[in-house]
Design a protein around this ligand. Sequence first.
Ligand code: TXA
Ligand code: MG
Length: 338
Amino acid sequence: MDVDYRLAIGADRSSHTLRHMHLDTLDIQPDEAGLARAAAILRAGGLVAMPTETVYGLAGDARNGRAVARIFAAKARPQFNPLIVHIPDLAMARHLAVFDARAEAVAAAFWPGALTLVLPLRANAGLSPLVTAGLTTVALRCPAHAVAQALLRAFGGPLAAPSANPSGRVSPTRADHVRAGLGGRIEAIIDGGPCAVGVESTILGLDGVPLLLRPGGVAQEALEALLGPIGTGGSAEKPNAPGQLASHYAPDAGVRLGVTAPAPGEVWVGFGPGCEGAALNLSPSGDLVQAAAALFQVLRDADHLAGPGGRIAFAPVPEQGLGRAINDRLRRAAAPRS
Ligand code: TXA
Ligand code: MG
């Protein structure tokens, strides 16, 4: 499909297609003036990268089809997968989706925070059908980050925001990661410093029996303490091909996992004590929260150390708590590239 995403905002009213257009991507500070400017860009249909506690998101007005189409174009996302819609509070969320007693309980316990809920979409929610990929459900997230909250309130509506990186590459946890990947393709980046959680939100399907659609910043164990056992059969990345491992979060270097004895020439990334020979360590003390926060920066650093055609070897990370999200991202980073 070859869509011509013409811009009709801001200074650039040229007739070039977005694909060939170079924008001057603004650096915006998260103060009152900066947030007002960012909100104005969003209202005009522009794209603004915003910090959240998980990763930086590429935000656009979720009700504006052109803005949402531009998110897909800026990321060069190959398929129109549904996007997560960010809202400042439960009140706005209830306008967009139907909350049953379970959803209310989960939101009360985990919002604001690193948890996305997939719920039945309300008729007349007003979202662009591109956001939901025409599904009858919508993924909603109420971020805890003060800057994301302030931006949502200044904008006054729902913001679609996938991770602010080119499709398939390592997710951004700092403003300079966003600039390196999307500079020139989006209107602005708000610099809110490094992301505290470091992996994307957990996605919980509540349109039927509870289903873990993506492991993430809220541990499955914490959700199960509230809801009982949660199935993991679904796949948020590839809803139509469950279990298929898509290459994603890919550095340039090749990646090998579960390595306790690296091969010569491999950049070894340790986890915990006992990895003294490692070039890098996700968490020298073996703390999964610290490891998640460091993950994407370490992937970038290891890629840099490995150099062209190089290889990265990761030490095993336990499959519990945030370790599930870390291993999910590492498996995708190691998956065969298409
Ligand atoms: O931490 C995060 O969640 C980050 C930050 C920026 O908030 N956002 C993020 O958004 O990761 P995004 O749009 O990349 O997440 C999209 C994921 C996809 O895997 C998609 O399949 C799933 O959410 N998703 C969205 N809507 C869905 C729906 N209605 N049903 C099932 N999965 C859905
Ligand atoms: Mg992403």
